[in-house]
Design a protein around this ligand. Structure first.
Ligand code: HEM
Ligand code: HEM
Length: 298
C-alpha cells in the first residue's frame, strides 16, 4: 500500500516491533527459571515492565493527538508505531505470564488488553478503507451542500404537493419526517431516508389515475367522454405535477441515500474508539491493581 500508516518510513516500526518480539522470544527460550516460567522470574519482571511501559506510552497517544505544538515526530509516525508496538504486546505479555492464566486480576488485565488491541485492528481497517469510500460516495460534493439541497427539495416538494391534493401533501410531509440524517454517532449509524414512503404512494395514485382515464376514453359514451375530456385537462395538469413531484422526490432519495451512507461511514470511523479508549483506561486500572497485588507475593 502506497504511503499508508502501515508502510510509514519504510515500515520502520514494523521492524522495531519484530525485533522486540524476537528478542523477547529468544530470551524466553534461553531463560531457565528453574521451574515453570512465570511473571515472577527476572525475565518475567523484565517483560512485564516492558509491557507496562508500552501500555503507558500507547495511552499517551491520546495526549499526543491533541497536542499540536512542541511534539517530536509526525502524527502518522506515532500512529504507525502505535499500531506495531501495540500489536507486539500480545507476545511480550504472553511470555511475561509464561502462558499461565487464571480467574484473577492478572488475566483480567490481559483480556482487556486483547480487546483494546483487536478493536485497534478494526480501527486500522476503517482508517485505511473508509476515507476512499467516502470520497467516492460524495462525488466531490460536501455533506453540507448535499444537506442544503435535500432541504431545498423538501420545500419545493411540499409546495408542489400542496397544489395537488391535501392527501398527497400529508404523504410527502410524512416521508420528510421519516428521514433521519444527523445527530450523535448512534443515530448516524442508523441514518435513513423516508422518500420511499412518498414514492410508493405517488406511484400508486398515478397508476390509479391512469387506469381511470383509460377506462373513460374506451368505455364511456361519447357525450360523457367529451365532458370528461374537457375536465380531464384540468386533472392532466395534476398528473403532470404528480410526475414532477415523483422526479423531485427521486432526486432527493438519491441525495439522501448518499448523505446517509456518508454518515454511516463516518460513524464507523468513530464508533470503535468508544471501545478502544474507555477500555484502555480500564486496562490501566487493572494493570495497576495487577502490579500492586503481585508485590504481595514477595
Ligand atoms: C511492571 C509490570 C509488571 C509486573 C511487575 C508484573 C508482575 C507479575 C508477577 C509477579 C506475576 C506472577 C504472579 C503469579 O505467578 O501469580 C505476573 C503474572 C502475570 N501478569 Fe504481570 N506484571 C507486569 C505487567 C503485566 C502486564 C502489562 C500484563 C498484561 C496486561 C500482565 C499480565 C500478567 C498475567 C496474565 C500473568 C499470569 C497470571 C497467572 O498466573 O494467573 N502483567 N505478573
Ligand atoms: C494495549 C494497547 C493499546 C492501548 C492502551 C491503546 C490506546 C489508545 C489511545 C489512548 C488512543 C487515543 C485515542 C484518542 O484519544 O482519540 C488510541 C488511538 C488509536 N489506536 Fe490504540 N491502543 C492500543 C493498541 C492499539 C493497536 C494494537 C492498534 C492497531 C492495530 C491501535 C490502533 C489505534 C488507532 C488506529 C487509533 C486512532 C488514532 C486516531 O484516531 O487518530 N491501538 N489508542
Amino acid at each position: 500500500m502506497h504511503d499508508s500508516i502501515l508502510t510509514y518510513a519504510k515500515s520502520r516500526y514494523l521492524w522495531i516491533a519484530l525485533a522486540l518480539t524476537l528478542a523477547s522470544l529468544i530470551a524466553y527460550i534461553a531463560h531457565d527459571p528453574g521451574g515453570p516460567p512465570n511473571g515472577g522470574t527476572w525475565l518475567g519482571y523484565t517483560l512485564g515492565t516492558i509491557g507496562a511501559a508500552l501500555i503507558v506510552w500507547l495511552m499517551l497517544f491520546g495526549v499526543r493527538k491533541r497536542n499540536y505544538r512542541n511534539s517530536p515526530g509526525t502524527l502518522r509516525g506515532w500512529l504507525s508505531a502505535h499500531i506495531y508496538l501495540g500489536t507486539s504486546l500480545i507476545l511480550v505479555v504472553l511470555l511475561h505470564s509464561g502462558f499461565q492464566f487464571g480467574w484473577n486480576i492478572h488475566t483480567l488485565a490481559f483480556v482487556l488488553m486483547l480487546v483494546v488491541i483487536f478493536s485497534g485492528f478494526f480501527g486500522v481497517y476503517v482508517y485505511l478503507r473508509y476515507p476512499n469510500l467516502m470520497t467516492r460516495n460524495r462525488d466531490s460534493a460536501t455533506r453540507t451542500a448535499m444537506l442544503d439541497e435535500v432541504a431545498e427539495i423538501d420545500q419545493n416538494a411540499l409546495a408542489l404537493a400542496d397544489g395537488i391534493d391535501p392527501k398527497i401533501h400529508a404523504v410527502v410531509l410524512r416521508s420528510i419526517q421519516n428521514t433521519r440524517l444527523g445527530g450523535g454517532v448512534w443515530t448516524q449509524l442508523r441514518a435513513r431516508d423516508g422518500s420511499d414512503i412518498a414514492l410508493d404512494s405517488l406511484h400508486a395514485s398515478l397508476a390509479e389515475r391512469d387506469k381511470r382515464s383509460e377506462m373513460k376514453t374506451t368505455e364511456m359514451p361519447t357525450m360523457f367522454a367529451m365532458v370528461d375530456f374537457l375536465a380531464g385537462r384540468a386533472t392532466d395538469k395534476q398528473g403532470e405535477a404528480m410526475r414532477s413531484l415523483i422526479d423531485l422526490i427521486s432526486r432527493k432519495k438519491g441525495l439522501a441515500t448518499k448523505v446517509a451512507r456518508d454518515m454511516q461511514y463516518q460513524a464507523m470511523m468513530e464508533i470503535w474508539l468508544y471501545i478502544h479508549v474507555p477500555l484502555s483506561f480500564a486496562l490501566l486500572a487493572a494493570l495497576i491493581a495487577h502490579i500492586v497485588s503481585s508485590f504481595f507475593y514477595w
